[in-house]
Ligand binder design. Sequence first.
Ligand SMILES: Nc1nc2c(ncn2[C@@H]2O[C@H](COP(=O)(O)OP(=O)(O)OP(=O)(O)O)[C@@H](O)[C@H]2O)c(=O)[nH]1
Ligand SMILES: [Mg+2]
Ligand SMILES: [Zn+2]
Length: 324
Amino acid sequence: MSEGARQREGIVIRAGAGHCQVATGSESWRCRVRGRLKQGPRQVQTVVVAGDRVRFEAVAGQGPDGREGVVEEVLPRRNRISRMAARRSGGRVEQVLMANLDQLVVVQSVREPEPQTGFVDRLLAAALRFDVAGAVVVNKVDLCRDEAARAAELARWGYYRALDVAVVPTSVASREGLPDLVALLAGKVSLLLGASGVGKSSLLNALYPELGLRVSGVTDRTGLGRHTTTHTELHAVTGGGFIADSPGLRGFDPWDIAPADIRAYFPDLEAPALECRFRGCLHRDEPGCGVKDAVARGRLPAWRHEAYLALLRDLEDRERSAGY
Ligand SMILES: Nc1nc2c(ncn2[C@@H]2O[C@H](COP(=O)(O)OP(=O)(O)OP(=O)(O)O)[C@@H](O)[C@H]2O)c(=O)[nH]1
Ligand SMILES: [Mg+2]
Ligand SMILES: [Zn+2]
């Protein structure tokens, strides 16, 4: 039997248009994706994504980029993280960011860029929607102006611990928190998501200098970031598992969440909602709302309620404009 006829199995490290890089243990293969896999209802950008497990056949001989193969099958996904693709794709199109992950690690920086209100909340809601554990990394703590500012930041982000979300303050500059981040990633398949410039690639370089990932040279003061990383790519981590670096996100429009369902993805609203006068209460304008009452009494942070309302409004606007 020729080597080419044997099917192999591997994990997709990086996916591009029509091809991908597949790892099998210590080997790396550049694979084309069989044409028939790209037919049907699934959009091209979701056929094969980072984290997918695939069966492929080796192509005889060695190409210019090393071992080459053809993906014949994408194995069923355990889970995924998806958002609504950019409008130019037309209509409602799912963009899968990654498949088969253990946790979504949302990265924020305390400054440069400033945290975006509601961004972490919406990503954590999406993680719950897609059955993925959430974690928060608060990077650049060296940029806190003083001890008081630092304490305020840590208290603010520490809130998520009550929701069973790990919160890890870090600094690439002072190396603080890096061992905690190693522990968070060990043995798991994780995806780092966050705005451009928060330091996702810098954190990975600090943990694994041999990666030599490209980072933006000068701190960006516009707050918009430079979008230095252009592909989602998996890297092996010590203790087993993979960590995926990803391009900076401008926003995040979660895929496939009905507006009324987001209540289930804000678990801290659950207990106060028991006090709502109306069963279908959306915790917005309704009288006798237990959630608004909890905010008024200081039992639920106002920013959590606002993050919930902002996501609700966005999803409702989206439904209206799509006309369904
Ligand atoms: N002061 C300080 N600067 C940091 C820290 N981490 C990263 N930076 C700087 O922040 C800038 C952006 O870092 P990147 O690692 O490129 O950010 P990124 O999140 O990968 O950005 P994209 O790839 O565009 O999504 C660089 O200039 C880093 O040197 C930190 O902990 N403290
Ligand atoms: Mg980067
Ligand atoms: Zn209510």
